[in-house]
Design a protein around this ligand. Structure first.
Ligand SMILES: NC(=O)c1ccc[n+]([C@@H]2O[C@H](COP(=O)([O-])OP(=O)(O)OC[C@H]3O[C@@H](n4cnc5c(N)ncnc54)[C@H](O)[C@@H]3O)[C@@H](O)[C@H]2O)c1
Length: 276
């Protein structure tokens, strides 16, 4: 159901790879809610993925950019402003990648070149996007910038590897830049800490099936899926959340506040009966 929440608003969405991507679902919902969009991803992801199909549905141009490269970001934001005929209102940073995770290298034997890549792609790119938007004065007052995070920034979850460190930095950037951009231009910056979700990035996480089952049993409302996350992003881009900034917003069915649930305890007891 559409509510016209983003009527007249314009925004850039990073990270739609295929129809499982959280960014893909968010672009569809933003389009339904009346927003004009620019879509972006790396040239490689554009070749591998299906972003042009999404662009057709959303009637949006696709402008390639590697979010770790300032020149690409400058080109993306300048061309987006040309496309929109001026400033825009929201940005979704839905980007994450760890070469250590991809190559199965454990946290306690990390490859530091890969580690730096993880931080650059998954965290510093958020800083770079915001810094470039600010330099080009690209956002309207009361604009909204969002990135997607994960509870591994606060709690240790086996196998999440150096992405946990990247998410902790990402959330800190939202606070540090949220102060500066909020004070100057009333632009809000937040992160949404999403439930584990079966996307291309998600399926790279060690033990993802078990993790999804565990958090489903632990959360009173069950896991939030990618569509639920898209809805939350729309709310955060809309004028209904204008005073929310510098927050890490849990969107996880209650998981982050739980210790032990009845469902999880039953499963734990059962596993002991089966394998004493
Ligand atoms: N899937 C989950 O379980 C989960 C849970 C919490 C948070 N998140 C976060 O959600 C975000 C989106 O991930 P997703 O689950 O939709 O997976 P996804 O694989 O669909 O999206 C990740 C995107 O990052 C893009 N990307 C990688 N390197 C890039 C670069 N240098 N420049 C620009 N883009 C680049 C990829 O091309 C891809 O489109 C990520 O930040 C991820 O960490 C995911």
């Amino acid at each position: 159901m559409a509510y016209n929440l983003l009527k007249g608003k314009k925004g850039i969405i990073f990270g739609a790879l295929n129809d499982k991507s959280i960014a893909w679902k968010t672009a569809l919902r933003a389009h339904e809610e009346g927003a004009s969009l620019v879509l972006t991803n790396t040239p490689v992801a554009m070749r591998m993925g299906e972003i042009n199909q999404l662009a057709g549905i959303c009637d949006a141009p696709v402008i390639p950019a590697d979010a770790t490269l300032m020149a690409d970001l400058e080109n993306l934001i300048t061309r987006s402003m040309e496309h929109f005929g001026g400033r825009f209102d929201f940005v979704l940073h839905s980007i994450g990648m760890s070469p250590n995770v991809r190559k199965g290298i454990p946290y306690d034997d990390t490859n530091y070149d890969y580690y730096l890549k993880t931080l650059d792609i998954s965290a510093l790119s958020f800083h770079k996007v915001i810094q470039e938007c600010r330099k080009l004065d690209a956002l309207n007052e009361w604009g909204s910038i969002l990135a997607l995070s994960y509870v591994a920034a606060q709690r240790t979850l086996f196998g999440y590897n150096d992405m946990a460190d990247a998410k902790a930095i990402l959330e800190s950037i939202a606070r540090s830049f949220g102060y500066i951009y909020g004070r100057e231009k009333r632009i809000r910056i937040n992160t949404i800490s999403q439930s584990p979700t079966m996307t291309t990035a998600g399926s790279g996480v060690k033990g993802m099936d078990s993790l999804i089952d565990f958090t489903e049993r632990m959360s009173p409302l069950g896991n939030a899926d990618a569509e639920d996350c898209a809805d939350y992003c729309i709310a955060m881009f809309s004028d209904l959340t204008r005073k929310v900034t510098m927050q890490n917003l849990y969107h996880d069915g209650g998981f982050s506040s739980m210790g032990m649930s009845e469902k999880a305890m039953n499963q734990y007891d059962k596993s002991f009966r089966e394998c004493p």
